[in-house]
Write a protein of this length. Structure first.
Length: 378
C-alpha cells in the first residue's frame, strides 16, 4: 500500500498497467495514471499543461471528455504541497484496489482539480528533486507515482469560478475569501464541472476502505435509485443561518465525500446554486467559514420549493462516511461503524492523532481502548 509515502521522491517497483489516450484537452497525459512514470516525463508534461492558454467555461464544457464514471479530488496551495500529497495518496489507494466494473486497478479515471499556482509549485519541487539526484550522479529517471489521468486548473477556465460582487463590513476578512482564488469557491467549481457522469468527489484527506462499498452506491445512482449521495454532518459548524432560512435540525451536509450523477438535471441545478449560494453567503454573512452552509441552504431550499425535478438526494450514512470523534463516545457508536470512507484520519492526514476502523477491520481492540477518553480531532 502506497499511502503515507513521499509520492514525489520514493521509487516504485510495480509495473505500469495502463496506457491510454483521449483525455481532456487541458491535460496531455497519454500514459497516466501510472505507478512507474519517470520524474523527467512528469516534469515535461506538467510544463506542457502550464503552457496552455486559458479557455472560457463554455468551451471547457463543450470539449471536456465525458466518461461514464470516475473520481475527482481537489487541492490548491500557494505555500506548500501538503494537500496535493494527500490527494495523491488518496487517489493512489483507489488506483491500487480499483473500483470493479467502474475501473480496474490502475485503470480508474481520476481528475485533479487544482490551480496553476499549485502546479507551478509541484513543477518546481520536481525540478529541485531532479537536480539533487543529478548532483549525486544518480539517474534522473527515478520512478514516481502519478494516479491522475487528467488535470483541470480552474483558474485557467474563465467564468468557471465565481466571485463576490460586494462584501459587508465584517465579511471577506480571510485571505482570498470571496475571490476567484478562495479555496471553497474553487471547490464548488470542481464539484460542478466533473467530467464524469457517475462522479465520486473526495476531499484530499479521505481514505477509501474497499471498492465493494463504492460500487454499491455507484450502482444505485446508475439505476436512478438516487441522483446524489451526501452525508449529514450532525452539526452546523460552518456558519450561522437564521431559522427562517434553514431549520437548525436540517444539519450541514459534509461535502468531503459526494457521489452523484453529473448529468442529472436536478443534480446539475444543485451544483450550480451551490457555487452561487457560497459567494452570496460570504458577501453577506461574516460567520461563514466554508462551503457547507451553502450546500445546506441549497438542498433545504430546493426541497421546500419543489425544485429537485424528481431527483432524489439520498443520505450517505455517517457510519459509512466516517469522520470526527463521535464514534468514540460509546462502545455502541464504535461498533456501529461500517466505514467505506474514513475522512481525516491518520491513514491520509498524518497529523491526526487517531484513525477510524474500516468496515472489514473486525479486530477493533485498539479502537475500543479510546472509547470514553478525550479523543481530540487534531
Amino acid at each position: 500500500m502506497s499511502t503515507g509515502i513521499n509520492v514525489f521522491t520514493t521509487p516504485i517497483t510495480l509495473q505500469q498497467q495502463r496506457n491510454t489516450t483521449g483525455f481532456n484537452a487541458h491535460s496531455p497525459f497519454s500514459w497516466a495514471p501510472s505507478v512507474n512514470v519517470t520524474r523527467h516525463r512528469l516534469i515535461s508534461d506538467l510544463q506542457a499543461i502550464l503552457s496552455q492558454s486559458s479557455v472560457n467555461v463554455t468551451e471547457y464544457v463543450d470539449t471536456r471528455a465525458v466518461y461514464s464514471s470516475g473520481v475527482t479530488t481537489f487541492a490548491v496551495s500557494k505555500f506548500n504541497l501538503d494537500l496535493l500529497h494527500e490527494s495523491v495518496a488518496t487517489m493512489t489507494r483507489i488506483q491500487e484496489m480499483g473500483l470493479g466494473q467502474f475501473g480496474m486497478p490502475w485503470n480508474v479515471h481520476a481528475t485533479l482539480f487544482t490551480s496553476s499556482d499549485t502546479m507551478n509549485a509541484l513543477l518546481q519541487k520536481l525540478k529541485v528533486d531532479n537536480a539533487q539526484k543529478l548532483s549525486e550522479e544518480e539517474s534522473d529517471d527515478e520512478a514516481v507515482v502519478w494516479p491522475f489521468d487528467n488535470i483541470v486548473m480552474l483558474d485557467r477556465i474563465d467564468g468557471a469560478v465565481l466571485s463576490v460582487d460586494s462584501c459587508c463590513e465584517k465579511c471577506c476578512r480571510k485571505p482570498d475569501q470571496g475571490s476567484r482564488m478562495d479555496k471553497w469557491n474553487l471547490k464548488c467549481a470542481a464539484v460542478r464541472y466533473s467530467p464524469y457522469k457517475l462522479t465520486m468527489y473526495l476531499d484530499s484527506d479521505v481514505y477509501v476502505c474497499d471498492s465493494d462499498g463504492v460500487q454499491e452506491y455507484f450502482e444505485k445512482i446508475k439505476s436512478n435509485e438516487c441522483g446524489m449521495y451526501i452525508s449529514s454532518d450532525g452539526q452546523n459548524g460552518g456558519g450561522h443561518l437564521e431559522e427562517d432560512v434553514v431549520p437548525k435540525l436540517f444539519y450541514e451536509r459534509n461535502t468531503g465525500v459526494m457521489m452523484y450523477n453529473a448529468e442529472d438535471e436536478g443534480v446539475r441545478k444543485i451544483m450550480e446554486l451551490y457555487g452561487k449560494k457560497y459567494v452570496e453567503q460570504v458577501g453577506k454573512n461574516p460567520s461563514i467559514g466554508h462551503d457547507q452552509p451553502a450546500m445546506r441552504e441549497v438542498l433545504y431550499g430546493m426541497e421546500q420549493r419543489g425544485e429537485l425535478m424528481g431527483t432524489k438526494v439520498c443520505e450517505l450514512p455517517r457510519n459509512v462516511h466516517c469522520r470526527g470523534v463521535w464514534p468514540f463516545k460509546t462502545k455502541r457508536s464504535l461498533e456501529s461503524l461500517e466505514c467505506v470512507f474514513t475522512h481525516g484520519d491518520n491513514r491520509i492526514r498524518q497529523r491526526r492523532k487517531f484513525k477510524l476502523p474500516c468496515r472489514r477491520d473486525r479486530e477493533r481492540e485498539e479502537y475500543r481502548a479510546l472509547v470514553g477518553t478525550e479523543v481530540k480531532w487534531e
